[in-house]
Design a protein around this ligand. Structure first.
Ligand SMILES: Cc1cc2nc3c(=O)[nH]c(=O)nc-3n(C[C@H](O)[C@H](O)[C@H](O)COP(=O)(O)OP(=O)(O)OC[C@H]3O[C@@H](n4cnc5c(N)ncnc54)[C@H](O)[C@@H]3O)c2cc1C
Length: 392
């Protein structure tokens, strides 16, 4: 029981870095992000939730655009914050503890911006010109404060890129036109571009950035979800929608892209949600059982953060299958720890928390998205069960 107090105390300290999330990790972003922006984003998210709004609050969108965070992975000399994967994970984790939907939103463009750190040498010489052009497109957008969202998921694809059925065909003028249906495109109407996976006429998997306002793009405005309403994770229809740019080089979506950034950042988001739930429960628990459960959940979250930190600090390019698999495991472990923490927090709070509008219900509903986002829990666990190290 002696364990419970120090762990809880650390979780309850506002804007204080965890033992492993050292202050230096937060340094790329400046204190105002933590002391000014996050509390404002959290207050707006709460207020929008209470109103039943299903879009990212406009003032938050505006602040994200001018915050410089979208370009954070770029070197300082190029207008960024030189933020590596660990620094970005720490950022979204801390946003998530107070503003879960805003953190989920931030993870998407940061995942795309992670590709700005791919060196030319990550790909064979014949792909380097395409890679440079792809990076230049991303850099131009993020430096202008444009939001690069992600619309890879499709109805019934169960989070598998392999099941992508959106078609990309060549237009007469050499451009690329996309046709298909996408699901769960976080940011909704507030996005400037969506990264869209699609199949070429040869059946190969590729991806393209499509402008939200391109002809043939229909962004559904309705988003009726259990939680994370203000992430506006809507459906999109693409009907011969013209792509603005290819994603890096041909086939990069499954090849050398830094897609593990999204995996790690999503893990960090939901870990932050779990921490937020325990924090919201508070430390004034009068039951020894309750304190023991909270200590267990806090410990699991701390272990999950250690896993995320380990994979984030090991970021390298090109990332091979074994490293990507470890990133997926870190996200999976964090997702489970977050659901457990949020479930316990609500249960221990008692009947007063058994209302959809209660803070702990909001955290639980947010946490329940953790096993759904890529890789979905079943896919990730099946991969672990089938891994060679478990075979005799
Ligand atoms: C809160 C949240 C945010 C997300 N944000 C993103 C994001 O920004 N970008 C992204 O690419 N992915 C995003 N995802 C998707 C996620 O990564 C997985 O791809 C997805 O959750 C896996 O889908 P599934 O197997 O659970 O559902 P699926 O069965 O694949 O269904 C996905 C969606 O399609 C609908 N659907 C399923 N079958 C049909 C059908 N036959 N006809 C019509 N509709 C159908 C479902 O109701 C659901 O809304 C998000 C998911 C969640 C929960």
């Amino acid at each position: 029981m002696a364990l419970a107090r120090p762990l809880l105390w650390r979780l309850a300290m506002p804007n204080t870095a965890h033992s492993v999330g050292s202050p230096s990790a937060a340094a790329p972003f400046g204190a105002h992000v933590y002391s000014l922006l996050i509390p404002r984003w959290a207050a707006r998210e709460r207020e929008a939730d209470a109103r039943g709004a299903c879009s990212v609050p406009a003032e938050t969108v505006a602040e994200v655009r001018v915050s410089g965070l979208l370009a954070a992975p770029l070197p300082r000399s190029e207008g960024g914050a030189d933020a590596d994967l660990f620094a970005c994970a720490e950022l979204v984790r801390r946003v998530a503890a107070e503003a879960p939907a805003t953190a989920l939103c931030l993870a998407m463009p940061l995942g795309n911006a992670g590709n700005l750190r791919l060196p030319d040498e990550a790909v064979p010489p014949e792909q380097r010109a395409q890679l440079r052009a792809g990076r230049a497109f991303i850099a131009e957008q993020v430096l202008a404060g444009r939001i690069l969202a992600v619309a890879n998921s499709e109805p019934g694809a169960h989070g598998s890129l392999e099941r992508t059925s959106t078609e990309a065909r060549l237009a007469d003028d050499g451009g690329v036109l996309l046709t298909g249906d996408k699901s769960f495109a976080t940011w909704g109407d507030a996005a400037d571009f969506f990264l869209c996976a699609a199949r070429t006429h040869e059946g190969k998997l590729d991806a393209f950035f499509v402008a939200r306002d391109a002809p043939g793009v229909n962004v559904c405005t309705s988003w009726d979800a259990l939680g994370l309403q203000t992430s506006a994770s809507v459906a999109i229809q693409l009907r011969a929608a013209r792509a603005s740019h290819r994603f890096l080089h041909a086939g990069a979506i499954q090849g050398t892209s830094a897609r593990h950034w999204s995996t790690v950042l999503l893990g960090a988001v939901f870990l932050g949600v779990g921490e937020g739930a325990l924090r919201a429960l508070g430390s004034e628990l009068d039951s020894g059982y309750a304190r023991a459960v909270v200590a267990e959940r806090a410990l699991a979250l701390e272990a999950a953060w250690g896993f995320i930190e380990a994979v984030a600090r090991a970021d390298h390019a090109p990332a091979g299958p074994a490293y990507r698999e470890r990133c997926q495991r870190a996200k999976t472990f964090a997702a489970r720890a977050a659901v457990d923490a949020a479930t316990s927090a609500l249960t221990l709070a008692g009947g007063r928390a058994y209302r959809p509008s209660h803070t702990l219900a909001r955290y639980l509903h947010a946490a329940l998205a953790a096993p759904l986002v890529r890789p979905p829990l079943a896919t990730a666990m099946d991969a672990i069960a089938a891994s060679p190290e478990l075979r005799g």
